[in-house]
Design a protein around this ligand. Structure first.
Ligand code: FMN
Length: 206
């Protein structure tokens, strides 16, 4: 009997938008039959910065129980879905720092032949969602990974409109994650599980 496809959802979130999308991706990956680990990248910001922003402090408290990702989680996974808010059109330093700890696995060839995908959020509609996802996807090519983007593989993708990955405009905390973004997360999670399962079965069959 085949083992379930293993999915790691690894995110960084300051004020909770990405944490919420990460939860949705994990939920729908699980519903699609995967074994899922929902994990966060370690915080690098000073406590004083977190305490100065009520939304940041609230998210830190709300997600205190989410385990911090380790390279072992990536080795374990058949598919990894990374999430990061936009930072000046780029990936957060916190998530990037975690990715930089994967050098040992990379050197041993242990990042290859896995499925990778990503999600993001920004304050504004043209604030860098695509550039953030594409920056994230640069690393997946170096891993020897299989990039699985949602594309427009479902009619609902024309509502959220981002073929690169689930994304949300949070209007600086004034626009919480909504049904359109939750639907995009579902489509992406299901597609990741489907392709990762097919890849795993194909690789096992030689
Ligand atoms: C240092 C910094 C840089 C940011 N850069 C951008 C940006 O380039 N474009 C944008 O639309 N939002 C930008 N934002 C806003 C966040 O990306 C956005 O609010 C995001 O949805 C927050 O996600 P979170 O709630 O998971 O932390 C920036 C925020 C910070 C703190």
């Amino acid at each position: 009997m085949s083992t379930p496809t293993k999915v790691a959802v690894v995110y960084y979130s300051s004020t909770g938008t990405i944490a919420e999308i990460g939860k949705q991706i994990a939920l729908h990956a699980e519903k699609a039959g995967a074994e899922v680990r929902l994990l966060k990248a370690a915080e690098l910001a000073p406590q004083a910065a977190i305490d100065s922003n009520p939304a940041w402090a609230a998210n830190a408290a709300a997600t205190a129980d989410i385990p911090v990702a380790t390279p072992e989680d990536i080795e374990w996974a058949d598919a990894v879905v990374f999430g990061s808010p936009t930072r000046f059109g780029n990936v957060t330093s916190q998530l990037k720092q975690f990715i930089d700890t994967l050098g040992g696995l990379w050197a041993q060839g242990k990042l290859v032949d896995k499925v990778y995908s990503g999600f993001t959020s920004s304050a504004t509609a043209h604030g860098g969602q695509e550039s953030t996802l594409l920056a994230l996807y640069n690393s997946f090519h170096h891993f020897g990974g299989i990039v699985v983007a949602p594309g427009y593989t479902d009619p609902a993708k024309f509502a959220d409109g981002n073929p690169y990955g689930t994304s949300h405009v949070d209007a600086q905390g004034n626009n919480p994650v909504d049904d359109t973004t939750r639907e995009a997360a579902r489509i992406q999670a299901e597609r990741v599980v489907k392709i990762a399962s097919a890849l795993k079965a194909g690789l096992a069959a030689g």
